[in-house]
Design a protein around this ligand. Sequence first.
Ligand code: NAD
Ligand code: ZN
Ligand code: ZN
Length: 387
Amino acid sequence: MKALVFHKPKHVSVDTVDDPVIQEPTDAIVRVTSTAICGSDLHIYNGMIPQPHDLILGHEFMGIVEEVGTGVTKLKRGDRVIVPFPIACGHCHFCDMDLPTHCENSNPEMYGPQGEIIKMKGAGAALYGYTDLYGAVSGGQAEYARIQYADYNPRVVPELLSDEQILFLTDIFPTGWAACEWAEVSNGDVVVVFGCGPVGIMAQKAAWLHGAKRVIGVDRLPYRLEMAQRAANSEVINAEDGDVAEIVREMTGGYGADVCIDAVGMEAHRTTLQKAANVLQAEKGSMSVLKDCFDTVRRGGRVSVVGVYGSPYDNYPLYQWFEKSIRLMGGQAWVQRWLDDLIKLVAEGKVALDDIITHKVPLSEAAGMYDVFNKKEDGCVKVVLKP
Ligand code: NAD
Ligand code: ZN
Ligand code: ZN
């Protein structure tokens, strides 16, 4: 089959590789009909999360079940499914607590900062197409993918909805939803979302659905701010226009936002690094969007982080956290926890997810699309690949 393979930073190509096969009775094979490139893929592409071996990337995908293992009872050949990006067994200590991204069976080994194996129960679930650290599992930017724990993870989806309408339920909409759940966004909140990439815009859509009074998107790229205005009906601030915290305080009678969401993560380090190539390692943390969130949130406010941070140690704005009594939460989104409810929201027309798609191309063009999405050229917000 054809698949998008990561070789080394900035080197990905669509190669001919072996077809996936059933390895466990609980597996299924899916013929991928649509798959997307995610900002998380860029961390691997840019070498920010190291990946020493070739790996098929892609954790946002859906398709048609081709084959099921002997132990699979809930899926059958021909079912049309979406596949959550975290792989969870559905029956371990953490899955029982509805914490699928902490499943202790899908990724049994956790590595520490020096590459040492950490012996602790639960390792952070395996993720499709997301480095050795997350289980070295082949991803879904491919013609076929092997799905693990097929009775627990994939969801059969209504035929009436197109791929484009539901594809983002595999990751970015549940991730935006997680950001709002974790920050307990509720009626009347002023919510500031840092980042108007796909994840930030989904967080903005989710904030409205949680009852926010005002939703404000922050980015540095005018075309992405325009997309946030159009797709999420948000107010926007260009981070290049001054001190965002000060601007938000001016907009909120001097108080600051009730909730800030970091939908940027390490990306901010990269853009900052591009501006000041000689920046010191120790300074990077202090330039993080997390710090911007802590500056911008009101006293007693809430911050949630869905942008990925990958460095083992980082400067952390402890002073503001303590002094302002900030509540903080973050992590990989617990997609499976909310997925059935979110499918319903989309099916009932309460939210549209496909309006951020700017590029839809055959899988064969995936390598070039990584470059376009990474450089944020050609008005690119979200790329969908069609195997
Ligand atoms: P993206 O790269 O398309 O978007 C990031 C956006 O942040 C860009 O529009 C960029 O211009 C903006 N940005 C950069 N520096 C900024 C700054 N200092 N202030 C404001 N905006 C700034 O990526 P994406 O697909 O939207 O993903 C965003 C983040 O979410 C990534 O870190 C990704 O890995 C992460 N993610 C996390 C989860 C999860 O489960 N937690 C799931 C999916 C994605
Ligand atoms: Zn993703
Ligand atoms: Zn589990």
